[in-house]
Structure formats: structure tokens, C-alpha cells
Design a protein around this ligand. Structure first.
Ligand code: HEC
Ligand code: HEC
Length: 369
């Protein structure tokens, strides 16, 4: 998505945080069922197994190293097999773009660590945005989305690209819903995922896609196996890199890339793109606070070896380049984070850090893979 895009429904209202309406609707139909049950004897005679089966709750199996306690699944969008299946179909669905040419997977490519090897992704008609497509991996552990955190949830994020002129370029969500509604197999998939009415709504589309995204996980990397006690899982060089990564007097990376998902979920200015005449000011556009100028979300480092190029503008092509950028102290600018300083690492230390970053690639799994 482009940065000026707003997540709005067709009435121009912000996307609702909870779908109270659908819960109310569910309650009302239960009541209706109960009333029918009371007034006719036939219903009472019917055998139990004919009661409509609800969607099947889905239990995530977490790869080694990921913390189930940190999962963010909104209360009004619990994971179910049916929803995830539908969301997966929608994620790979070219019909979500105006000319039927691209899907979410065109820019967040499963084989490329759910990112895009291009510096800037190509939307319909060859249009390009101004930011690099980040990975969709491990989004389960974040609430806010985008390089500047402007979407509060995956649900809120999901409809943005569909209507973004530089991405899927749909004129409105109505066209999307019409297209899906004209396909009987989608009608039945929505019924299964969102019983009893199975309405094809903005919210349901967003909830299904978000549910699928929450199953895209990477863990069980050499690093995770090393932490779990297998001292041979990481090379000696990667082990030295790990020590540098943590050491405040050396790499000092962990101060921002912290925890099992290697992010503080915060916004920091490390100077990327700040040499430009009119730089992308990142999180400042959202917070409007001077100190946030040029600050971008600290990204996860999991599966980092397969998601080049790097940074919000895709300006760094290799991990060697990234480490050398940090070694020089980022790019000086008025708002540079005080945590960014020249590191004076030797060539060997720099390649040890790269080796450690490469040890963060593990088992990348998603629903039905
Ligand atoms: C034309 C390329 C393109 C398409 C198609 C596309 N995206 Fe994106 N996506 C991007 C770019 C570029 C960004 C970063 C924009 C920003 O942060 O301002 C992004 C950001 C995201 C993020 C935020 C990730 C994070 O780390 O914060 C998610 C999640 C996401 N997209 C999911 C989707 C889904 C779901 C679809 C399909 C409905 C989709 N994208 C379609 C290019 C694309
Ligand atoms: C002040 C917080 C901070 C520190 C310290 C820090 N990073 Fe980052 N890192 C970030 C932010 C913010 C970005 C994204 C910046 C952007 O795109 O403008 C980032 C981006 C990256 C990326 C690219 C990720 C991607 O998906 O494009 C890598 C790799 C990385 N950092 C590794 C490191 C290493 C290695 C160190 C230690 C030498 C380190 N970082 C120290 C905040 C930090």
C-alpha cells in the first residue's frame, strides 16, 4: 500500500474494530431457531446429528522458538478452519485486482519469504509505490501493520491494497463483493466460514484474509535449536555474531530487535532514506510528533536471508550492506535514534553478524502448506 492510503469502508468510515453486528445477528438467529423448536413437534423428533455444524476452531501449532502467549487474535475473529481456508483462497485470488492480474501473493510471495524481491512492487498496469513490500511472516505477533503502523490490525490492513490505485486498484469494495458473489464456490465458502448468513461483506473478507495471515509462521531456525540446547545448531561464527548482536558495547542490535520475534514493535529512525531532499518521514505522518520524523517500524529479522532487498525503501541489497550501514552509525540526520552509533566492528565481526542473521531462517509454514 502507498503511504497516503486510508483504510476506510465505502461510506468513508474507519474500519470498525469489532463486529458487534455479526455477533448480534448470530444471537438473533439462535433465538429464532429456539422459537421454531418450541412451536413445532417435528423439530423435536429430528435426530441430533442434523443440527448445523459450526466452524471448526483452529489450533496453531507453533514452531520451536515462537511464543504462543504473544499471539494476537482479536476476540471477534477467532481462528477457524473454514475462515482460514477462505482467507487463503482470497490471498491467492487474482479477482481481487481490477484487471484480474495480481493477488496479495504477487507482492508477498511465499517462495520469497512472503516478501518481494523487487525494490518497489509492481501493481496493476505497472504502477509502483514508494515503499518495499515487507514480509507477512509472524504477523500473528503484531497488532499494528505497515512501515508506519497506520493500520491497527491485520483486519484493518487487508482491504487497503485491494483499493489502492498503485496496487490492486479496485474502484470500490462493492465491485469486489459483486465479483465474489457471482461465484457459487465463494458463496458456499463464505457460508461455511461465516454461518449462518455467510454474507460477503468487507468485514468478512478482511477477517478471512487476516486469519490466513496469522498462520504464516517461521520458527525452528538454527538459532531456536541453539537456544533450546543444541550447541551444534549454529556455526561458531553465528554464535560469535549472536554475542555481538546482544552486546550493548558491540552490535547493540538487541536494543531494538528484541525478543523471540526480533522487534520492539516500535518506530525508530536509523537514517535510511534521510539523504533525500524530501525524505519519507514514516511514523511522523501518523503520530505528528517531531521526534518521529524518519522513524519506521523495527521489522522482524526472522527469515531475513530470504527477504532482500532491505529497509522501507528497499535501498540495501544484501545483509553485508545492512551490517556495514549500521557499522558506520546509520545515516546522520536530525532525528537519528540515540541508540545508533558507529560500531567499529572488524571485518570478521561484521561477517559473524551476517552469519547470525542467516541462522534466523527456519521452518516457514502456513495453513495447508
Ligand atoms: C502491488 C504490491 C502489493 C500487493 C498486491 C499487496 N501488498 Fe501488502 N504491502 C505492499 C507494500 C509496498 C507494503 C508496505 C506499505 C507501507 O508500509 O506503507 C505492504 C504491506 C503489507 C502488510 C504490512 C506488513 C507489516 O510488516 O507491517 C501486510 C500485512 C500486507 N501488506 C498484506 C497484504 C494483503 C493481505 C494483500 C492482499 C489483499 C496485499 N498485502 C497486497 C505491497 C503489496
Ligand atoms: C534504534 C533501533 C535499531 C537498532 C539498534 C538496530 N536496528 Fe535494525 N532496524 C531498525 C529499524 C527501524 C529498521 C527499518 C528501518 C527502515 O526501513 O527505515 C531496521 C531494519 C533492519 C534490517 C532490515 C529488515 C528488513 O526487513 O528490511 C536488518 C537486517 C536489521 N535492521 C539488522 C540489524 C542489526 C544486525 C543491528 C545491529 C548491528 C540492528 N539492526 C540494530 C531498528 C534498529
Amino acid at each position: 500500500m502507498m503511504r497516503n492510503d486510508r483504510i476506510t469502508t465505502k461510506k468513508g468510515k474507519a474500519f470498525p474494530r469489532s463486529s458487534r453486528i455479526s455477533r448480534l445477528a448470530g444471537g438473533a438467529s439462535l433465538l429464532a431457531l429456539a422459537m421454531i423448536g418450541c412451536s413445532t413437534q417435528e423439530v423435536a423428533k429430528k435426530p441430533k446429528e442434523e443440527a448445523p455444524k459450526g466452524p471448526v476452531p483452529y489450533k496453531i501449532s507453533y514452531p520451536l522458538g515462537l511464543d504462543p502467549e504473544s499471539a494476537n487474535v482479536p476476540k471477534d475473529n477467532p481462528l477457524t478452519e473454514e475462515k482460514i481456508k477462505l482467507g487463503k483462497r482470497l490471498y491467492f485470488e487474482n479477482k481481487l485486482s481490477v484487471d484480474g492480474s495480481i493477488s496479495c501473493a504477487s507482492c508477498h510471495i511465499p517462495e520469497k519469504g512472503f516478501a518481494d524481491p523487487a525494490q518497489f512492487s509492481t501493481g496493476v498496469g505497472g504502477k509502483k509505490g514508494g515503499r518495499q513490500a515487507p514480509t507477512v511472516i509472524n504477523r500473528l505477533f503484531s497488532t499494528k501493520q505497515f512501515w508506519d503502523g497506520r493500520a491497527a490490525s491485520l483486519e484493518e490492513q487487508a482491504l487497503g491494497p485491494v483499493q489502492n490505485p498503485a496496487e490492486m486498484a479496485m474502484p470500490s469494495m462493492d465491485v469486489v463483493k459483486e465479483k465474489l458473489g457471482a461465484d457459487p464456490s465463494y458463496v458456499s465458502d463464505f457460508k461455511a466460514a461465516f454461518p449462518p448468513d455467510g454474507a460477503i461483506t468487507d468485514i468478512h473478507i478482511a477477517q478471512a484474509i487476516a486469519s490466513f495471515e496469522r498462520t504464516v509462521l517461521s520458527g525452528n531456525s538454527p538459532y531456536d535449536r541453539f537456544i533450546a540446547g543444541d550447541k551444534n545448531a549454529m556455526s561458531e561464527s553465528a554464535q560469535r555474531g549472536h554475542a555481538l548482536f546482544k552486546d550493548p558495547a558491540k552490535g547493540n542490535c538487541e536494543t531494538c530487535h528484541v525478543g523471540f520475534n526480533f522487534t520492539d514493535e516500535n518506530y525508530n529512525n536509523i537514517g535510511v532514506g534521510m539523504a533525500a531532499k524530501n525524505p519519507d518521514l514514516g511514523y511522523f505522518a501518523i503520530s505528528k510528533l517531531e521526534g518521529h520524523k524518519g522513524a519506521f517500524k523495527t521489522p522482524t529479522l526472522r527469515e531475513i536471508a530470504s527477504t532482500a532487498p532491505y529497509m522501507h525503501d528497499g535501498s540495501q541489497k544484501t545483509l553485508e550492506e545492512v551490517v556495514s550501514f549500521y557499522n558506520k552509525g546509520g545515516h546522520k540526520n536530525k532525528w537519528l535514534s540515540t541508540k545508533i552509533k558507529p560500531l567499529n566492528l572488524s571485518k570478521q565481526e561484521q561477517s559473524d553478524l551476517v552469519e547470525f542473521l542467516e541462522a534466523l531462517s527456519g521452518d516457514l509454514a502456513w495453513y495447508g502448506k
